[in-house]
Design a protein around this ligand. Sequence first.
Ligand code: CP
Length: 304
Amino acid sequence: NRHLISAGDLAKDDALLILDTAEELARVTERSIKKLPTLRGRTVVNLFFEDSTRTRISFEAAAKRLSADVINFSAKGSSVSKGESLKDTALTLEAMGADAVVIRHSASGAPHRLATWVRGSVVNAGDGTHEHPTQALLDAFSMRRRLGGLEGRKVTIVGDVLHSRVARSNVLLLHTLGAEVTLVAPPTLVPVSVGTWPCEVSYDLDAVLPKSDVVMMLRVQKERMNAAYFPSEREYSRRYGLDRDRFAKMPDDAIVMHPGPMNRGMEIAAEVADSARSTIVEQVANGVTIRMAVLYLLLGGESA
Ligand code: CP
């Protein structure tokens, strides 16, 4: 594949190749080799139309650790404010020599469109409520490192599924990798299309927790929320928040995940987020490694 747009485009062998390459890169960089020459002379453009901390910085760190040149573009402060279109913005950046464009955009489908306009590789860094494939890859990598394997593992994804590109990408990738996924959410925050997703749906978090190897909490996306979908923060937290009592219902060796940014005290209690069984900080570190693997596999072959 020349692009990475959907986790659903990855066959099991593709996904395992990315995870195994990341494992190899982690071994190399853990031996304190900070920078590899692999992508010297290549240019990666980070094209961010929506805010990001983890994804933008980790793609930048990943590209730099592979010796690529990095151009960071954010819509704020650019000619997008004068009405320049995505296509013209992309063609402008390509004229400056982009071998890969990493795009985050509020419109679902923007990376797919972009791939028809530019010659370089397109990597989806989150498009609207659609997908966030490198998040799913770093989550699978984090699970594999903690649990040893994904085949038959029970992964529970909890919260604002309706607005979550992380949930969709995780369901698709985890299914490919042989895990069993259950989504838990208020009925108003379950997408109507969920019947076609390869997972189970439950509305009873307390019943699902004791059977989970992984509990992944999602951020409540207040910025995309219609008030009609959402009870109150207190009611949400009471029914779907991972507090100390619910955490105690999980098996002793089960792990807690969150893609970040977190609403501490709402979907997850601070003491759960900071516990030894939380992988939240590891997920961020693994994000750099996974993005190195993705850039390496997309660009590392032939020279420009
Ligand atoms: N998990 C994630 O995508 O975080 P950012 O929005 O900070 O990139």
